[in-house]
Design a binder for this molecule. Structure first.
Ligand SMILES: [Zn+2]
Ligand SMILES: [Zn+2]
Length: 285
């Protein structure tokens, strides 16, 4: 058994994830999807309807903004172009989503981030299934948005990395069931699974209190915050990257990461976020 698997088992034993609802704490049975009770599933803002075809935010039915190609595009994306090609998101940020994020970020409940990795995979399952049925690999590489070493030491984990790890695990399970993985394991040259890459993109600068800044100030504050590790740059040249982050608001973080990845030679950067919308980001990483 690998150390990581062992640690996950120990964490699971200390913080059993399938006994209490991860949002409200009410008792649930172990078989519940995402470890959420019925009430919380109902209260959360799952993105299932119209979305911005660039950033993936949910669009209200009454909003009719479109780009020059006639695709639905949110107001923010009409105002500003992005460095990522397109994005998907799972939940619109509201009170319950805030509870989930606070528990993950400030209450040490990393196991919830893994459940949210399941949410992210399920959001993308149709796209992945379609791609695999055509023997296409839509993303070569999955890269979580990194946190600084200081924050990593304090929190003990990077929540986006936990989500990305679970997302890739589910993808591998899915591909294995679809028999696209060879018996020798998951070599990307032979199978249709992306590689989880957690060392190429690094955070060089701590950014705090981004929530109090306007979009332009956020972009300035993030200047130089991310970099590609020079020794590992070769890994991303020509790759289609799926960047994974927990919350999307203005896209400043996603753009800053996408820009350094593209400058370093990535072919394209796509974006998958757990939550989007709302301007009440609890705290930027
Ligand atoms: Zn609940
Ligand atoms: Zn948008």
């Amino acid at each position: 058994m690998r150390i990581r698997d062992l640690l996950e088992e120990v964490t699971e034993a200390i913080f059993p994830s399938n006994i209490y609802c991860i949002v409200c704490g009410s008792l649930i049975d172990r078989s519940r999807t995402y470890s959420l009770c019925d009430e919380c599933v109902t209260q959360m803002h799952w993105i299932t309807g119209r979305t911005c075809s660039i950033c993936g935010k949910a669009l209200p039915d009454t909003y009719l903004g479109r780009d020059s190609d006639g695709r639905p595009v949110c107001y923010d994306c009409q105002m500003r172009s992005h460095d990522f090609t397109r994005g998907w998101s799972c939940l619109t940020y509201g009170l319950h989503e805030r509870e989930v994020m606070m528990d993950i970020k400030y209450n040490g409940k990393g196991y919830i981030a893994r459940k949210m990795g399941d949410v992210m995979f399920d959001r993308m399952e149709h796209l992945i299934e379609t791609a695999l049925s055509e023997s296409m690999l839509p993303f070569d590489m999955v890269i979580p948005v990194p946190v600084s070493q200081k924050r990593l030491a304090k929190r003990g984990y990077n929540q986006s990395e936990l989500m990305a790890r679970q997302f890739v695990k589910r993808w591998k399970d899915f591909a294995r069931e679809a028999e696209t993985v060879t018996a020798t394991g998951c070599d990307v040259a032979r199978c249709l699974c992306p590689v989880l890459e957690t060392h190429v993109l690094v955070r060089q600068k701590e950014t705090t209190m981004l929530r109090s800044l306007n979009p332009e100030e956020r972009r300035l504050a993030l200047h130089g915050a991310f970099a590609v590790a020079p020794a590992l740059q070769h890994r991303i040249i020509g790759q289609n990257v799926l960047l994974v982050d927990d919350i999307y608001t203005t896209g400043a973080t996603a753009d800053a990461c996408s820009k350094v990845l593209l400058d370093a030679g990535a072919s394209a950067v796509y974006l998958l976020t757990l939550c989007s919308g709302g301007n009440r980001r609890p705290k930027e990483d």
